[in-house]
Design a protein around this ligand. Structure first.
Ligand code: ADP
Ligand code: MG
Length: 458
């Protein structure tokens, strides 16, 4: 058996080269030959998949040439330990100078981690499921991501996550990777941006190394590519992506993709690729709601052990509505500021520190929109917002509009006054106080105001 194995190895070494031999075949151990079957163990699952995909057939043929009774080769995973079995022979002396293509895969799993992390982008420590706050807008995407992370077989392929910027797509993908690496380190998970994927592909083309490129991706358990909208339009990359994608799906490997649009809306994406993407599970992450934003702020403040008044969090959740990334940025800024100047966080300091950010977020609702909405809600004319009429039927709605302008924009009191027919800032101040007072005593009125606020916020 030993001499047969040595001859098979020699032949293969000649065929595939020293580097590949060192990386992939040397770590194999023949465990036994019986009933026409050769049983070979490799130390990791990663290696098994690789060897099965690339060399199993050839091994079978070569062995059969040595011993016609052998008709199958079985390759299985067995972590290495001292035993009486036979390793593949070491490199021939004349080949010692050959540079291995990959780290010698024999050593242990750590090497493979290194190997695949070489392809995979680093994962953010904070992007775990535990740190992800779940709410209505993202509960479906979250549940789908969790299912994929916890599944032992492929459930839906691909999982396609999409949504606007800063809503948690990358966070969820990293969370999947962390989870899998934790529960089953032998599974190969690769996470990378579509840009990186493209870059690697183009480099491989230049170096005429596309076979290796394909092999790297085709031997993974879970492949995650972030922001695939960047692949659209690039024909050759798309082609490659499509083939890699199909190969992985056919082998029952899990694929997770993200984009800023749904598969059907991706421009410059080939039809057949679109329809393939649509075959899996498509989960979108919607824009945040006030409740989710508040939840995220609470969770982050807790993580950072920062003491932030409830009012400030509510204020931020109301004001910073674009995406979660901005919300986090705002929180970091007020915490940093408070630590720097050694003062507690208050509503005033928050407004001061975030002045520019709040202004930028204001662009979404203007005083004119507020006036229009409020006027139609109370059934008065828009012109009454500017008029001098003091009848309560118009004065009250006007006050509500001023109040909302103060709440929802970062305009100063004089600025607001000017927009309401050139009124004085004290009039605006009075309106704000009045509305606050009424809200406290009249719950129907409070509800009205809250409803208007919500409508204006979307
Ligand atoms: P995307 O990839 O969709 O542009 P990211 O995943 O990079 O967005 O998220 C932006 C930031 O917001 C990250 O710091 C992320 O941790 C955070 N984030 C987004 N959604 C949530 C959430 N539901 N819970 C906690 N943090 C979140
Ligand atoms: Mg992202």
């Amino acid at each position: 058996m030993e001499s047969q194995w040595a001859r098979v190895c020699d032949r293969l070494r000649e065929e595939i080269g020293e580097a590949a031999y060192q990386s992939w075949l040397k770590p194999m151990t023949v465990r036994d030959v019986s009933d026409g079957q050769v049983r070979i163990s490799v130390p990791t699952r990663f290696m098994r998949d690789w060897v099965v995909a690339h060399y199993a057939d050839r091994l079978g043929t070569l062995w059969n040439g040595e011993d016609p009774a052998v008709h199958t080769v079985d390759i299985f995973v067995q972590p290495e330990r001292a035993s009486q079995t036979i390793h593949a022979p070491s490199a021939r002396p004349d080949a010692r100078k050959a540079k291995p293509a990959a780290p010698n895969a024999r050593d242990d799993e750590a090497n493979h981690l290194g190997y695949r992390q070489d392809i995979s982008a680093p994962l953010d420590q904070r992007f775990t499921f535990e740190n992800f706050v779940v709410g209505k807008p993202n509960e479906f995407a979250y549940a789908a991501a969790r299912r994929v992370a916890e599944a032992t077989s492929v459930l839906f392929n691909p999982l396609f996550l999409y949504g606007g910027v800063g809503l948690g797509k990358t966070h969820l993908m990293h969370a999947i990777a962390w989870h899998i690496r934790k529960v089953d380190p032998s599974r190969t998970v690769i996470y990378l941006s579509a840009e990186k994927f493209m870059y690697r592909f183009i480099r491989a083309l230049r170096e005429q190394n596309t076979v290796d490129f394909k092999d790297q991706f085709r031997s993974v358990d879970v492949l995650m590519i972030d922001d695939v909208q960047f692949i659209s339009g690039k024909d050759s990359t798309q082609e490659e992506f499509f083939h890699t994608f199909n190969a992985l799906v056919d082998q029952g490997r899990q694929i997770v993709l993200s984009a800023d649009k749904s598969p059907s809306d991706l421009e410059g994406m080939e039809e057949r690729l679109k329809s393939r993407l649509n075959c899996g599970l498509v989960a979108d992450i919607h824009a945040t709601t006030y409740e989710l934003r508040l939840g995220i702020l609470q969770s982050k403040a807790e993580q950072m052990a920062a003491d932030i008044p409830r009012k400030v969090m509510e204020f931020l959740a109301h004001k910073i509505t674009v995406n979660v990334r901005e919300l986090e940025g705002a929180l970091n800024r007020i915490i940093a500021h408070a630590q720097l100047v050694g003062r507690d966080i208050s509503l005033e300091t928050t407004q001061e520190v975030l002045h520019d950010l709040l202004r930028a977020n204001d662009r979404r609702v203007t005083i004119e929109e507020i006036q229009k909405r409020v006027a139609s809600h109370f059934n008065i004319r828009i012109s009454d917002m500017h008029s001098a009429r003091r009848a309560r039927s118009v004065a009250r709605p006007r006050q509500v509009a001023m109040y909302l302008a103060k709440q929802l924009t970062s305009r100063s009191l004089p600025e607001i006054g000017r927009k309401f027919g050139g009124r004085d800032h004290t009039t605006v101040m009075h309106a704000v106080r009045k509305v606050d007072e009424l809200r406290e005593h009249d719950s129907a009125f409070a509800e009205d105001v809250e409803l208007l606020r919500r409508m204006l916020e979307v």
